[in-house]
Design a protein around this ligand. Structure first.
Ligand code: GLC
Length: 429
C-alpha cells in the first residue's frame, strides 16, 4: 500500500468514523455488529486523538451495561442483527439491553489512565473519570471475588472468548475435555463473512457453544459458575493485563485524591504480581497457562505468556528473557509479534490466534517493554507492527511472515492502534 503517515492517519480516522454508531463503535461491520468490551476501550485511545469527548463516551457506554454483580460483559447487543452467532437469544442473560454472559481482558483501567493523563484540562474530566474509576474498580473486585474464590491472587477464565484470544493453542487441552453432549443445533455466521481457514474450527465452536449453554443453565450466577465450570484456565496474559490496569486505576484514584481506593488497589496489585511466578514455565522459558481443574501448567508458548512484561519491574531477569523471545520470533516472522511461537508445530500463520499477529497485543507488548526499560526492543515491535499497516492497511490480523491482511477488513481497533503508534508511541524512547 505504501502510505505516508499523514495518509495513514486519515485512513485510520475514516475507519473509526465508518464504524462509529454514535455512542459505541463496532469492531467491523458484518462480522462483529455490536459493541465488544476490550475493542471499545482500545478504540477510545484512537478516538481521543480526533475527539476526546467521543473517547470518554465510548467507555461510558460500555460501563453503562455493567452487571449488578460488577462484571463488565464482553458484548453489548445494542441492536438486533442476524449476522452474528451466538446472539442474545442464545445467551439469554436477561439484561435490559442484552449482553453476553462472560467478560474480556480488563484494559479499561489502563486506557482510563491514558485518557486522563492526556486530557488538556483534567479538572473538566474529573467527574467522568471518577465515575469510570469506580466502575472499573468494581469490575476488578468482581474478578477477584468470582474468578478467584480461593484468593490465590490469580483469576481464571471460564470461556476461551474471555481471553480475547479465542482459539489460541493455549486452550486446546482444556477445551477438548469440555463435554458436548446435548448441544443444541446451531449455524455459524462467522464463516459467511471470512474464509474458514482463518477462523476457529467446528470442533472448537461446538465446545464454545457447550460452555455458553452450561453457564446459561446455571442462570449466569457468577457466585456459582467458577467452581462448577468445565473450563477453568488461568492465563498469564489476562492476569497481567488485569494487574497492570489495577496499578493504573490506583494511580488515577490517587491523582483524584481518593487515597483509600488507591491504597486498596495498590496493595492487591502488589500481592497479585508476586503470584505470577506460579505461571513461569521453565520448559518453555516463558509464562504459560495453568489449568485450574487439573492443576497443571499448559505447555503452550503463546503470546499470552509474553504479556507479563506489563507487570515485571525494570531489570527483572524474566523480562529480559521475554524480550529475547520476542526478538527470536521476529527473526522468523517479521510482521508483528505473532500470537503463537512460530517454532511450535501447531503454529498456523493464517488461523486467527494460532499464529497471526494482532496489533492490539503488539501495542501491549510495546507498553510492557518500555515500562521494563527495553525501549530498543519496543521500537523493533513498533516497526514490525507498522510494517503490517504499510503492507496491508487496517485489517483484523496479519500473516506474521508475509504481512498479508487476514480476517475482517476496515477494523476499528487496528485503526485505533495506527493512531496511537503514529501520534504517541513514535515519540517515545
Ligand atoms: C474476536 C477476537 C476478540 C475480539 C472480537 C471483536 O472474537 O478474538 O479478541 O474482541 O473478535 O473484535
Amino acid at each position: 500500500m505504501n502510505m505516508n503517515p499523514t495518509v495513514m492517519l486519515q485512513e485510520a480516522e475514516r475507519i473509526l468514523k465508518l464504524n462509529d454508531k454514535g455512542v459505541y463503535t463496532v469492531p467491523t461491520h458484518g462480522l462483529y455488529p455490536f459493541q465488544w468490551n476490550w475493542d471499545s476501550c482500545l478504540t477510545a485511545l484512537g478516538q481521543f486523538h480526533f475527539d476526546p469527548n467521543r473517547a470518554w463516551v465510548e467507555l461510558e457506554t460500555l460501563v453503562a451495561h455493567q452487571w449488578p454483580d460488577g462484571m463488565v460483559p464482553h458484548i453489548v447487543f445494542h441492536q438486533h442483527d442476524e449476522g452474528y452467532f451466538p446472539g442474545p437469544g442464545v445467551w439469554k442473560t436477561g439484561r435490559p439491553v442484552p449482553t453476553s454472559g462472560i467478560t474480556q481482558p480488563a484494559v479499561l483501567g489502563l486506557v482510563l489512565e491514558q485518557l486522563y493523563e492526556r486530557s488538556a484540562d483534567q479538572s473538566l474530566v474529573r467527574g467522568r473519570c471518577e465515575a469510570l474509576v469506580y466502575a472499573a474498580a468494581r469490575w476488578h473486585d468482581w474478578f477477584y471475588r468470582c474468578r478467584d474464590p480461593e484468593g490465590t491472587g490469580l483469576v481464571a477464565l471460564l470461556h476461551p472468548w474471555e481471553s480475547g484470544r479465542d482459539n489460541s493453542c493455549d486452550w486446546d487441552a482444556a477445551l477438548a475435555a469440555v463435554p458436548v453432549d446435548g448441544i443444541e443445533p446451531y449455524v455459524r455466521k462467522d464463516i459467511t463473512h471470512v474464509d474458514p481457514s482463518e477462523r476457529p474450527t467446528q470442533f472448537e465452536y461446538d465446545r464454545y457453544v457447550a460452555l455458553v449453554q452450561c453457564y446459561r443453565q446455571m442462570g449466569w450466577d457468577n457466585e456459582r459458575l467458577h467452581d462448577a465450570a468445565p473450563f477453568r484456565v488461568v492465563d498469564p496474559g489476562f492476569n497481567a493485563i488485569l494487574i497492570h490496569s489495577e496499578f493504573a486505576l490506583a494511580r488515577v484514584a490517587q491523582a483524584l485524591g481518593h487515597d483509600d481506593v488507591a491504597e486498596r488497589l495498590f496493595a492487591r496489585a502488589q500481592r497479585c504480581v508476586a503470584q505470577m511466578e506460579q505461571l513461569w514455565n521453565p520448559a518453555l522459558g516463558q509464562y504459560s497457562c495453568l489449568d485450574r481443574r487439573s492443576g497443571c501448567l499448559v505447555n503452550s508458548a503463546s503470546i499470552g505468556g509474553l504479556l507479563p512484561l506489563l507487570v515485571l519491574p525494570q531489570g527483572h531477569e524474566r523480562a529480559h528473557a521475554l524480550a529475547r523471545r520476542i526478538q527470536d520470533w521476529l527473526a522468523i516472522a517479521p510482521f508483528g509479534v505473532c500470537s503463537m511461537d512460530p517454532n511450535d508445530s501447531r503454529f498456523d500463520g493464517r488461523r486467527y490466534w494460532r499464529g497471526p499477529s494482532w496489533l492490539v497485543v503488539n501495542y501491549l507488548l510495546i507498553k510492557g517493554l518500555r515500562q521494563g526499560g527495553m525501549g530498543a526492543v519496543a521500537k523493533q515491535v513498533l516497526k514490525a507492527s507498522m510494517a503490517c499497516i504499510e503492507q496491508s492497511g487496517c485489517s483484523e490480523y496479519y500473516h506474521p511472515m508475509t504481512g498479508e491482511a487476514l480476517g475482517g477488513g476496515t477494523f476499528t481497533w487496528t485503526a485505533a492502534m495506527v493512531v496511537e503508534f503514529l501520534t504517541v508511541q513514535n515519540q517515545g524512547s
